[in-house]
Design a protein around this ligand. Structure first.
Ligand SMILES: *Cc1c(COP(=O)(O)O)cnc(C)c1O
Length: 385
């Protein structure tokens, strides 16, 4: 088996002091013997770079999981987003509408193309892109909308696709946190023109580092494949019509991905069970708001998240400290991107700003035991007294 110290390492690197043995991390990758077996096979075969059977197998499996025609694996989720935007022809002078409340990679990928990220506010209930604010921010330079399925809840894709149709815009889903999330049973990855996923250690499944572009558009898929490999056309070796990238996933990483795909449905089922336990365990604590699941939507609760407000006696930041003292890790919501130095705007988006001050991610790994979830809920309830 994999030594536990190894799987915990990514979560130790920012900590000041050693954690107690029963510390509950916010997330842990779940790796097993099958991952080790496939990686070993990849090493023995000496196909360790991007040629080898696991890359294509992983792409086919993941595309089928999303219900889309094409999957193009990449070195991480950020390169998947950049590749998708670049393949659509987005570049200098263009604007892409991004929610203010998301991980910084969403905006960075737009910045890399030379285009400008334009931040729209989010909905106070689902915490995802607010289509009314998107509509207000569309200009003649707008080329795309990037909905983010934040913490596992799908963005309102019907309204976003409607706006995109009316204004002739691309829709690029940032699905890095939402493998398997769905609207009326249709999974993310196929809800816009193109989507990007991440397989970082704390995402729903992991390949260490890794990403995937998904789309039903064959021409776009072929363009992404070519650009991912230094823009080398498959039929003409070392002839390059344009500047491409090396954004390839390795066969070693894909071997881990193929093994993870055998358990992704189990991970998602377990995460839903855990969300149900939290919902019961945290019910009716004054000042604690639980995450939503809009009608017709499937939230995968990538990060089970709550809002901490009065009359709860502790602030969000005080609760983080108090939980830590009990051996429970948690994370504050992202800072709105338009408050960060590279993207600062004069007029912050009010809902994103308000949520970022009170939002908290609780431990959400599918490896959590029922007892651990109960302990976390009891601790939050006890601290309310
Ligand atoms: C994780 C994440 C990414 C980037 O993925 P990496 O694989 O870390 O590059 C992009 N967007 C969101 C919303 C994410 O959570």
């Amino acid at each position: 088996m994999i030594p536990t110290q190894l799987s915990l390492l990514p979560f130790l690197e920012h900590e000041q002091s050693p954690r107690p043995a029963n510390f509950i991390p916010v997330y842990e990758p779940w790796l097993g013997d099958l991952e080790l077996e496939y990686v070993t096979e990849a090493v023995r075969s000496s196909w360790i770079s991007s040629l080898g059977k696991y890359v294509q197998q992983f792409e086919a499996q993941f595309a089928r999981f999303c219900g889309v025609a094409h999957g193009i694996s990449t070195s991480n989720g950020t390169t998947a987003l950049h590749l998708a935007l670049h393949a659509l022809g987005i570049g200098p002078g263009d604007e892409v509408i991004v929610p203010a409340l998301t991980f910084v990679a969403s905006a960075n990928a737009v910045h890399y193309t030379g285009a400008t990220p334009v931040f729209a506010d989010v909905d106070p209930v689902t915490w995802t892109l607010d289509p009314n604010d998107v509509a207000r921010r569309i200009t003649p330079r707008t080329r795309a909308i990037m909905p983010v399925h934040l913490y596992g809840h799908p963005a309102p894709m019907d309204a976003i696709n409607e706006l995109a149709r009316a204004h002739n815009l691309w829709v690029v889903e940032d699905a890095a946190e939402a493998h398997g999330a769905a609207i009326r049973g249709r999974r993310t990855g196929g809800l816009g023109h193109v989507a990007a996923f991440s397989f970082f250690a704390n995402k729903v499944i992991t390949t260490g580092e890794g990403g995937m572009v998904t789309t039903n558009d064959e021409a776009l898929a072929n363009r992404c494949r070519m650009l991912r490999d230094h823009a080398m056309p498959p039929e003409s070796r070392y002839w390059h019509n344009e500047v491409g990238f090396n954004y390839r996933l390795t066969n070693l990483q894909a071997a881990v991905g193929v093994a993870q795909m055998t358990r992704i449905e189990e991970f998602l089922r377990r995460k839903r069970t855990i969300a149900g336990l939290y919902q019961t365990g945290l019910a009716d604590i004054p000042g604690i708001t639980l995450p939503t699941e809009a009608p017709g939507y499937t939230n995968i609760f990538w990060m089970y998240s709550i809002l901490v407000q009065k009359p709860y006696p502790l602030s969000r930041d005080e609760l983080i400290v108090a939980l830590r003292a009990e051996g429970i890790d948690s994370r504050p919501f992202f800072h709105p991107l338009d408050t960060l130095p590279p993207y600062r705007s004069a007029e912050p988006r009010p809902t994103a700003l308000a949520l970022s001050r009170v939002g908290l991610n609780l431990p959400s790994s599918p490896r959590l035991t029922d007892g651990q979830v109960a302990f976390i809920c009891e601790t939050i309830r006890k601290l309310a007294r």
